[in-house]
Design a binder for this molecule. Sequence first.
Ligand code: G3H
Ligand code: 13P
Ligand code: ZN
Length: 309
Amino acid sequence: MAIVTTTEMFKKAYEGGYAIGAFNVNNMEIIQGITEAAKEENAPLILQVSKGARKYAKHNYLIKLVEAAILETDLPIALHLDHGADFEICKSCIDGGFSSVMIDGSHLPFEENIALTKKVVEYAHAHGCVVEGELGQLAGVEDDVNVENHSYTDPAQVEEFVEKTNVDSLAIAIGTSHGAYKFKPGQKPMLRFDILDEVSKRLPGFPIVLHGASSVIPEFVEKVNKYGGAMPDAIGIPEDMLRQAAKSSVCKINIDSDLRLAMTAAVREHLANNPSDFDPRQYLTPARDAIRDMVKRKIVNVLGCNGKA
Ligand code: G3H
Ligand code: 13P
Ligand code: ZN
């Protein structure tokens, strides 16, 4: 099987009341851990690459690793550019074998976001690739962009945006945010389901995307801190809220921080218990297993896409 687009995945996910996990990848062990989990759960998968990941691991290595994962698993896997900042990076990924790109014009004035997204969509569709756009801005840190406060998506803009751009999916801001510090201590986690409902009503059948959807599970933060880390007050989105979103028009849920946390906790624990170890295979094996277990947990508890490959 070749790298697939998300078109068929999203259609089935929308109709079936589940979502596809979009997991950020940066190296071989992360790709292996994620795809092992998807294989065990027979789940469709989106592997996504940020600008930073592309700089770290290099485009060709990532493409070949994803192709190898498809050979190993025979699963439908889409390869997606996460937070494409401009036309050039989207074009480079489309030309270089990605099946999906995000053009993130969410910081631009509405009309400029439309114009940029439309330009990427025209190029992408002519080359068999699909496009995710974004309206509204999430708080938090992503790549080198740091946004202090949410700017929630205005449902009144979504129909015009989708119609004028011809985009294939739309990321919206309803209170999720990037990174491990999504809420302040004492603050009650809250998502604007009213906005999601209104967007879904205005765009029937259209796939919605949630970024910043890690749950920052306390046991993993505690493990990082137990073995020498310092991550006080790390708080994420409760899993039951994400499960609720996955049953609605949300077809793609982006998760990165939870994988980083699981991997870091496993490496810290291993090295604390084996201080003389200096063989990367010894500490990357539990790291890869931790990624696998976290992704299985997401597939079953949050996404509901187990058995849907
Ligand atoms: O939304 C951003 C993702 O978590 C990727 O993070 O830019 O540090 O690779 P990164
Ligand atoms: P998290 O930081 O919540 O994992 O979000 C990742 C993301 O949205 C990638 O685009
Ligand atoms: Zn994101």
